[in-house]
Design a protein around this ligand. Structure first.
Ligand code: FES
Length: 216
């Protein structure tokens, strides 16, 4: 009976003792702080990829635009198609030679150009230009393209991909931030559309390559 009367008092006294002990309180807060910190770190680690995935499509639009000079336009004579290379703007120090990207530059008439991705629109093999036949030929499966990049024959279902370009003080610049592909066409504008941009002539290319260009 006596024990029963004293037990609650003893428990309460112990409780007060523990509650009032600054060491115990401090330790508890430290552990709670560490727990909260770890929860926060794990939460951020989980949330960052999810947010990046969700915002990825928004970031893609124009986020990688990077105009690169291919050098003086005079190195591409009118009426000829020549190979040019540029350095991928998004390379890493260890990329070495692989950072160099090739493209075909066609000077149509001294004023207008076409710049084609070197990769075949079928499975990406590098195409070669044959001036004798005025054709781009793919060595892998026999795909062929006319000089304006439109499909001539073989497995490719479309023409060569084209870069947007502009002439700046006599130099040919291409929008090389991203390789033009089906998923990432060079421009949403119509073929050959011209627009003024700060006094520079910018010629944008068709998203479907030059399938609608005139063959000559
Ligand atoms: S990769 Fe060019 S035709 Fe197949």
């Amino acid at each position: 009976m006596t024990e029963n009367n004293h037990t609650p008092d003893l428990v309460e006294a112990e409780h007060h003792t523990v509650q009032d002990d600054p060491k115990v309180v401090t330790r508890r807060w430290i552990l709670m702080g560490i727990g909260a910190l770890l929860n926060g770190v794990v939460g951020i680690a989980v949330a960052v990829p999810v947010v990046r995935y969700i915002l990825g499509p928004i970031r893609k639009k124009g986020a990688y635009n990077s105009w690169i000079s291919l050098g003086s336009a005079t190195q591409f004579p009118a009426g000829e198609t020549r190979l040019a290379t540029y350095e991928n703007p998004f390379n890493r120090p260890w990329d070495g030679e692989t950072a160099k990207v090739a493209c075909w530059v066609r000077n149509i008439d001294g004023q207008k150009f076409q710049v084609f991705a070197v990769n075949c629109a079928h499975l990406g093999c590098p195409v070669r230009w044959f001036p004798q036949s005025s054709l781009f030929m793919c060595p892998c499966h026999g795909g062929a393209y006319y000089q304006d990049g439109s499909r001539a024959s073989g497995p490719p279902e479309r023409g060569l991909f084209e870069y947007d370009y502009k002439l700046v003080r006599g130099e040919l610049h291409i929008d090389a931030g991203q390789m033009p592909t089906l998923a990432n066409p060079a421009s949403p504008n119509s073929p050959g559309e011209q627009s003024a941009n700060g006094g520079l002539t910018v010629i944008t290319n068709a998203p479907g390559g030059c399938g609608s260009c005139q063959k000559s």
